[in-house]
Design a protein around this ligand. Structure first.
Ligand code: PBG
Length: 327
């Protein structure tokens, strides 16, 4: 054949492929979610998330040290609470001696330089398993926002660098910004789960926190997976209200949304590689269907390629190890 253009020339050797690669990923762009549980020496594996554990504060400190040694400096904290501490209003979320604030302080004391992000929502504390206060089967917006604002102040005072509302109530970013500012917490950032879809891929996470909704689903607050223009509306509102970083969640079924959000805004865009996306790769690999490492690398790079600046992922440590060896 007489071909002028032979794209394969740029794929011929590993060195050439490295030279022309368009997408980079650094360990510092990864955020490791951590599941906290009360006690000492507690390490409880989550069945649907092999390799991920609920850890008591002493072991959380070890996990953070391990992550830091691999170049992962950012963490997202979720508390797993016993049913006895849950109620309609998620009162435990405002307990200054609760698991979240006390663990935050411990990590902050030992690791002054890491970035601590806290999830702000009612579901770990709610006896209804919803992200807000429930009354007569309805998730109340404004009452919930009030609690979220107080929770954010508590997290910030306990050492959080960034609070991260994951509830999808209307107006919460503005209310949180105002509450933080009125306490002089002007340097605490807000990473908003601006575009969070009502997704089937959160299953393993809900097992981790035992936080599945006791009735109904989350479709009156989380987004419909058929919509993108609505995503941009949510992004615009959150930025107007003071968000520093916006997030799209889940990641893999929403790479198109990540790309559109990235083109739409000039603040950093995060993607959440959620529990179901993690669990499917782990279990698929266990059954010999795919190679775990290659699937991990390919999917995380796909999120970067789509436009994510930051990736929340349960693969943060193995990915950081891979990056050490391969880049
Ligand atoms: C709830 C919350 C969820 C996740 C993060 N925060 C679950 C949900 O909305 O039901 C999911 C994370 C994951 O699946 O990895 N506020």
């Amino acid at each position: 054949m007489k071909l002028t253009q032979r794209p394969r020339r740029n794929r011929r050797t590993e060195a050439v492929r490295q030279m022309v690669a368009e997408t980079d990923l650094r360990a510092s762009q990864l955020v490791l979610p951590l599941f906290l549980v009360e006690g000492t020496g507690q390490k409880q594996e989550i069945a649907s998330m092999p390799g991920i554990f609920r850890l008591s504060p002493d072991l959380i400190l070890e996990e953070v040290a391990k992550a830091v040694s691999l170049g992962v400096h950012s963490f997202d904290l979720f508390p797993a609470l016993p049913e006895s501490l849950k109620d309609t209003y998620g009162k435990e979320s405002l307990n200054p001696n609760g698991l979240m604030p006390t663990t935050l302080k411990k990590i902050r004391d030992k690791f002054p330089d890491v970035t601590l992000i806290t999830d702000v929502a009612l579901d770990p504390y709610s006896s209804d398993g919803h992200d807000g206060v429930v009354k007569n089967g309805v998730i109340l917006n404004d009452e919930t926002v009030e609690i979220l604002a107080k929770m954010s102040v508590l997290h910030a005072k306990s050492g959080a660098d960034i609070v991260s509302p994951s509830d999808m109530m209307d107006g919460r970013v503005g209310a949180i910004r105002e509450a933080l500012d009125s306490e002089g917490l002007i340097d605490t950032g807000i990473l908003s789960y601006s575009v969070k879809y009502a997704s089937s891929f959160y299953g393993p996470f809900r097992e981790a926190l035992d936080s599945a909704p006791k009735f109904g689903d989350k479709k009156t607050y989380q987004m419909d997976f058929r919509n993108t223009r609505e995503a941009l509306r949510e992004i615009d509102l959150d930025i107007e209200e003071g968000a520093d970083i916006v997030m799209v969640k889940p990641a893999l079924s929403y790479l198109d949304v990540i790309a559109k959000v990235k083109a739409h805004t000039n603040i950093p865009v995060a993607a959440y590689n959620v529990s179901g996306e993690y669990g499917l790769i782990k279990l698929g690999a266990k059954h010999g269907m795919i190679d775990e490492t290659r699937a991990m690398v390919e999917t995380l790079y796909s999120m970067r390629r789509a436009g994510a600046d930051i990736i929340f992922t349960y693969f943060a440590l193995p990915m950081a190890e891979w990056l050490r060896k391969n880049t």
